[in-house]
Design a protein around this ligand. Structure first.
Ligand SMILES: [Mg+2]
Length: 173
């Protein structure tokens, strides 16, 4: 099976920054935290031997940053630096669409299942055979009370909810 994963928020969480008044002040892309729902699915797909790509709309200029983060999370080392487990080498590739929608890239890779937090990316897959699983965002993205109207995002609760994603995949939601 070919499975594709978006990078920002889907594999590596970003955080929404607010000022003292609660107004949005920016996005923190420097975090190190993997998405606790999706990252275990990513590792499991690699372990199963699925064909796994990371597909991001980032520019290729950020490829070193993306690769280094993935290596840090996918290569387990002992205290002395010896490699115990290397899942990075199981990755089929990383694609950068440079701001373009991912749809055509995903189709050309033969993706059957794509994890992405971005609703626009998900909706673009509706007329394709690719199933979209929406990745939940870090809870800092939860809108302030005054902003909730019409908001349909998904946000991480305090705990892990892997089973929830499994159920989504099974039901085709
Ligand atoms: Mg994203």
């Amino acid at each position: 099976m070919v499975i594709t994963f978006d990078f920002d928020d889907t594999l590596r969480l970003t955080k929404l920054l607010r000022d003292e008044d609660g107004d949005i002040a920016g996005i923190d892309y420097s975090g190190d935290e993997p998405n606790p729902v999706v990252f275990p699915e990513f590792e499991a797909a690699l372990d199963r031997g699925d064909t796994v790509y990371v597909v991001t709309s980032r520019s290729e200029k950020t490829s070193t940053e993306v690769k280094n983060w993935l290596k840090r999370k996918l290569i387990t080392r002992s205290a002395t630096g010896e490699v115990l487990k290397d899942r990075f080498e199981l990755l089929a590739g990383i694609r950068f669409t440079g701001g373009e929608l991912k749809r055509d890239t995903l189709l050309s890779l033969g993706s059957q299942l794509h994890y992405d937090d971005d609703e626009v990316e998900g909706e673009a897959l509706e007329s394709t055979p690719i199933q979209w699983v929406r990745a939940p965002l870090h809870r800092s993205w939860r809108p302030a009370a005054a902003e909730t109207e019409g908001e349909e995002g998904q946000y991480l609760p305090e705990g892990l909810v892997r089973l929830w994603v499994r159920a989504l995949v099974r039901s085709g939601a």
